[in-house]
Design a binder for this molecule. Sequence first.
Ligand code: FES
Length: 175
Amino acid sequence: MAQPEHIKTIADDDPRYDELRTFIHDEKNKQGVAMIALQEAQRLFGYLPLEVHKFISKETGVPIAELYGVTTFYSQFTTELRGKHQIQVCMGTACYVKGAQKVLDKVLEVLGVEVGMTTPDRLFTVNAARCIGCCGLAPAMMIDNKVYANLVDVNQIPEILAQYKAQDRQDGLSE
Ligand code: FES
């Protein structure tokens, strides 16, 4: 049976590849070049899909399997595109009976994504979680480490998300 084709998420002519090539070229003779190249690639792309592993393998001569060994061992690396903020909508029992599905639907509607997806601006990744440990405050969700509780009125959700967008714009301006 034919293997399903890998869908590239980074274009072959993405200029960040040139930057990475130059970086690898400068570091090539150093020990642990694979680790250094992966760190730089993670910084440039924000994650390490298959095509980036292939590129690094070609440029360094380190086999792809060996690169994946490093990527999967260290938690600083991720092979999935993840947003700056992680949203966990609790779908545990206490939250579910108090309307967690409505909360999740609202978050997805506002951000225009599906569960597990990252927004095109890479600001949010949305996940459905099991109990997040604050059942007395159901329905609840977390954004990064912050808990948002008593979300019975889902109309407060657009405002909550807008605060993160505004903060991100501000961070962008002050950088
Ligand atoms: S079930 Fe949602 S916090 Fe416990």
